[in-house]
Each structure stands twice: as C-alpha cells, then as structure tokens.
Design a protein around this ligand. Sequence first.
Ligand code: PLP
Length: 218
Amino acid sequence: MIAAQIKGIIDELPQGVQLVAVSKYHTVADIREAYNAGQRHFGENRVQELTAKQALLPTDIKWNFIGHLQTNKVKYIAPFVTLIHAVDSERLLQEIDRQAQRCGRTIDCLLQLHVAQEETKFGFSPQECLDMLAQGRWKELTHARICGLMGMATNTTDETRIRQDFHTIKQCFNQIQTEYFADSPYFSQISMGMSHDYSIALQEGTTIVRIGSKIFGA
Ligand SMILES: *Cc1c(COP(=O)(O)O)cnc(C)c1O
C-alpha cells in the first residue's frame, strides 16, 4: 500500500522534483516500509519525534525538518538533518549556522514565505524576506546555506487561490535568485505542494513536494 502510493506519486513527478515523504505521526514500521520501497527523503515537524525515529532507522535516510523550529532545539537535529525547510527568522538562521559549525557540517536551509491568507506567526512575508536579504548579514554565515524557499498555499478548495499563492512564491524565488544568488547554483529549491495541492504546485514550478497523508493515510 505505502509502496504503491509512493510509486504512483514518483511516476507523476517531472525529472528533478524531489518527493519528501512526510512521516509525522506515523510509525517506524511505516517509514521502514517506505524505505524498503526506495524512498530516502523523509519529513518530520517535531524535534523529539524526529530524533527518536532517526535513532531507530537506517543512517542513509535524508531527514527533512519541515515544521516550525525553535532556536533552542536546533542543536538536537544539527548533527544529521539534511534540509531545514521552514527557516522563518534571521535569528534561527544564525543559530543553525552556529550549530552546523559545531558539528563541522553545512546545513541546507529554505526560507519560509508566508503567502497564505490564514493568520500565522510563522514565515517571512515576501517583503520581510527581501528586506532581510538586503541587509546582507546572512552573507557572513559559513555553515548555513540558503538553498531556496518553502511555502504553503491557503488552506482552501479554491484552485485559483492555491495557484496564486504558489505563483507568488515562485515569483519571489525568481527575484531572489536573480538579485542575490545568480552565481550560486545551490539556490535552486522551491518546497511547495502537499497531498491535496501538489499537482498545482508542480504546474507552478515546485522542486520539492512534501506529501504525507497520500502515502501513509490520514
Ligand atoms: C503535515 C505537513 C505536510 C504533509 O501534509 P499532507 O496533507 O499530509 O500531505 C506538508 N508540509 C508541512 C509543513 C506539514 O506540516
């Protein structure tokens, strides 16, 4: 079942688009099943759940942290995390840099954009994101690497609205890439699209889809 769902999704993804299997709330046995089907990128949104699972599962899994990350918890995932999707403040970026340096690694990060209509305290508005980049302090970071943007569309069944949100993220990505990362091929990732809206995200140029319930069930 899990294997068949993964295969079905992979078959729909264009070349170069990465599937992150969102395994939050699901068991180690479920993750193992996905792993045995060839899946390597998994996403979790709680530090404690992630570290507990990481300790029990194969070391070649690429763990993606997709939730809100508190600065005081970065240290627990810094030794092994592959990609932190939802960097929503410069302070968090600096802490990731500090902890990555302590571990002697570089940690890839995505800046989280808030474009959806829901109220949330997480994520930069496009303008806040541009302002932070314009200030330029991030250029001094040596071990946290900004590889792109992440975002969520408004939680609605209105496809036009969803498409518009993804489009805004993609436009912002293009602008930032041109202005700040034209010579940095690693700035190449857009993480958008979940179980119910990833088809639209694919049309709008996503490079990473984060899919949970469609693979593992509700
Ligand atoms: C849970 C979650 C997902 C996966 O959502 P599904 O609807 O289960 O596919 C993707 N992104 C984030 C940030 C999540 O918290």
